[in-house]
Design a protein around this ligand. Structure first.
Ligand SMILES: [Zn+2]
Length: 659
């Protein structure tokens, strides 16, 4: 029976209903203050949890409460700031107070197991109300079970995030992804781990997703990506001298020469603040959003905020920094784990739009004076081939062409087109024909067999090699001899058969990115890499698709769909590496020494004084043999002018080999 209540009576009923369920109003921080006991197994202090001891955690915990409308929380943090304990508090709160299906995802099963033993189990066995809920014996069972804990009204799944199975089937209301930056960036064929995790929450209208990590490398860090797409909160603490609020910044921490005296300089009044000022500053702190219109919460925590006795002091941090800055990987660890900030490599400062501005007036496929040799790098995909033609001068390089041959690469037509492309020389601005000195094709991936057949084609007029990225750290661009994958029946390798050339991809990328970064301050004519007109921003996204991780000591892919296509980088690596191949040796003697006379000889052949540079686009109609070429080769990219500046393969360049 429906009863229409007056305003006052409905209010009264609501108040009564709320009073009958007092537990619903409990926040996670209040629950922790009431129930949580810290054991000796955890770092820091034993005894009753006090949120006031580490006030920076209060708001983070409270948006995990059932009463909070916040559904996604991102925490980009340094280590040792207590976030893991706050997470465990939330799990205790869920079990005791707000039961629901819940999942904790760690990067691997191993990291899950050690987290369970070190962080979760002490809470399960030493927090009385949780122990009661699980029941004496059962709490020990719970402590022993690795992948799930059953409790009244809910279940807690504990999973390792490196397997697609971890994400399948289970539907939960609360989900924690801890140590997010250690997750694989792609889970199987299914893609982004955060997207997969979010899929687990769909069945619940008031779900919560908590993402936590120390960041790694800028642009390659998942937690940085997620934090950027949040309201980006920083903790503002009041200055004891002037009262102005500020977020603590590493640049304002100062120390004397010996790093024995350390102070924090207020950014407003310049007062030197000392460690003993910290408790009052933290107690008076508030979170402020940089990006307040965003619905998802983002929190950034650095060890500068560590309460006295619970983490490193300012003095500890200064001394660690002084030691760390002598060694790049150690410095990166310091920036990530103490400051909670992503490491910024010099290559992270390169931006696609900046490189786009380096594009000059000369069209792709035209060869300006000074470019005296050409090499080709080719990458194979299932449905296209990507090609970079690299021009070499005595002082640098130029991207001469960036081209894709579309088509199913299991079919011969695509490879026929590649053969024609490679066999067709380009004309330089002195109308001299230039054949490619060598080409290198990536044989990894699904098309190893096709690559193998291609490089052995008798009709190829340029040397073409099959390459693979080296699994060891090679200190050079390309191996001095190939490896032979074929074995005889007796297990002996068949020399002289099909050879695979290992490419020092890390070495090549370091060279290319280093050159691109140092070009920033150079005049266009002095740059180590020049780019022809027709290259677009997507090309440069691909070229800049990786960034160096000094800790892992390798290049890693940047996060974001615009960086998925890395063929511009891979093909440039191959085109550059093949220049150092023992049979190619551009600008070098057979022994690998720099050879200035190499360039003189080529210049005499290709840019003789009696021939004037010609305007290629205007002259292209007069070039003999042009009509013999199929259209698709002549104008691979109809949007870029100057593509017609190629001629048939009739002009011999055999003389070059003698050079
Ligand atoms: Zn001040």
């Amino acid at each position: 029976m429906a009863v229409k209540l007056t305003h006052d009576r409905s209010y009264l009923y609501r108040r009564l209903a709320a009073a009958c369920k007092p537990a619903d109003r409990l926040t996670v921080s209040a629950w922790a203050d009431r129930h949580r006991v810290l054991s000796s197994k955890q770092s820091g202090e034993r005894g009753k949890w006090k949120t006031a001891r580490n006030p920076i955690l209060r708001e983070i915990m409270d948006c995990l409460s059932v009463t909070s409308p916040i559904s996604e929380i991102v925490v980009m943090k340094s280590s040792q700031v207590g976030v893991t304990e706050a997470t465990v508090n939330w799990l205790g709160y869920i079990m005791d107070h707000a039961p629901a299906p819940t999942m904790v995802l760690m990067p691997t099963l191993e990291s899950r197991d050690s987290w369970k033993v070190q962080k979760l189990n002490p809470m399960l066995t030493e927090t009385e109300c949780v122990r009661d809920i699980l029941g004496g014996l059962r709490s020990r069972d719970a402590a022993n079970s690795k992948d799930l804990i059953d409790f009244p009204g809910g279940i807690l799944f504990l999973a390792g995030g490196n397997s697609p199975n971890s994400y399948a089937q289970k539907s939960v209301r609360n989900l924690i992804m801890d140590d997010l930056d250690r997750f694989p960036s792609e889970i199987g064929e299914e893609g982004d781990p955060v997207g997969l995790a979010r899929g687990r929450l769909k069945a619940f209208s008031r779900s919560k997703l908590l993402l936590i990590s120390t960041p790694t490398v800028k642009d390659a860090s998942l937690i940085e990506r997620e934090y950027q797409a949040s309201d980006r909160r920083k903790f503002y603490v009041p200055c004891p001298a002037c009262g102005e609020g500020q977020s603590l910044k590493w640049t304002n921490l100062k120390w004397n020469l010996a790093a024995e005296l350390v102070w924090y300089e207020c950014e407003h009044c310049g007062t030197c603040l000392e460690e003993h000022h910290k408790p009052a500053m933290l107690a008076g702190g508030v979170w402020k959003a940089e990006n307040p219109d965003h619905r998802r919460r983002g929190y950034h925590l650095s060890a500068l905020y560590a309460p006295i006795g619970l983490g490193p002091s300012w003095l500890d941090l200064a001394q660690q920094f002084v030691l760390a800055r002598q060694d790049i990987p150690t410095l990166k660890t310091f920036i990530n784990t103490d400051l909670g900030e992503p490491w910024e490599d010099q290559t992270s400062s390169l931006k696609s739009n900046d490189l786009l501005r380096r594009v000059d007036d000369m069209a792709l496929r035209s060869i300006p004076p000074g470019i005296l040799a050409l090499t080709v790098g080719i990458d194979t995909q299932d449905s296209w081939l990507a090609i970079t033609v690299l021009g070499w001068s005595e002082s640098g390089h130029r991207i001469i062409d960036w081209h894709e041959i579309q088509g199913d690469t299991t079919r011969l037509e695509v490879w026929d087109e590649l053969e024609l492309y490679l066999n067709t020389p380009l004309l330089n601005s002195f109308a001299r024909s230039m054949r490619y000195r060598g080409a290198l094709i990536d044989s990894r991936g699904h098309r190893g067999e096709q690559v193998r057949n291609f490089v052995q084609r008798p009709g190829l007029k340029v040397p073409v090699f099959a390459g693979q990225g080296s699994t060891t750290r090679m200190g050079k661009a390309i191996a001095s001899s190939p490896s032979y994958p074929d074995k005889t029946r007796r297990g002996k390798i068949t020399r002289g058969g099909f050879g695979l050339w290992n490419v020092g991809t890390e070495y090549c990328k370091a060279f290319i990115y280093g050159a691109l970064a140092s070009d920033t301050d150079r005049a266009p004519e002095d740059r180590a890499f020049q780019f022809g007109q027709g290259l677009e921003v997507e090309y440069f996204d691909g070229l800049l698709s990786e960034v160096y991780d000094p800790e892992a000591r390798r290049y890693v892919q940047k996060k974001g769909t615009r960086f998925r296509r890395n063929e511009p980088l891979d093909t440039l690596v191959y085109a550059w590496a093949v220049g150092a191949h023992r049979e190619i040796m551009i600008g070098r003697t057979r022994q690998g020494k720099a050879d200035p006379s190499y360039w003189k000889r080529l210049e005499a052949m290709l840019e003789q004084q009696n021939s004037e540079p010609s305007n290629l686009v205007a002259d292209s109609d007069k070039i003999a043999g042009l009509n013999e070429l199929p259209d698709k080769i002549i104008t691979p990219n109809p949007t870029s002018p100057g593509r017609t500046a190629i001629a048939g393969g009739r002009i011999s360049v055999g003389g070059l080999r003698r050079g």
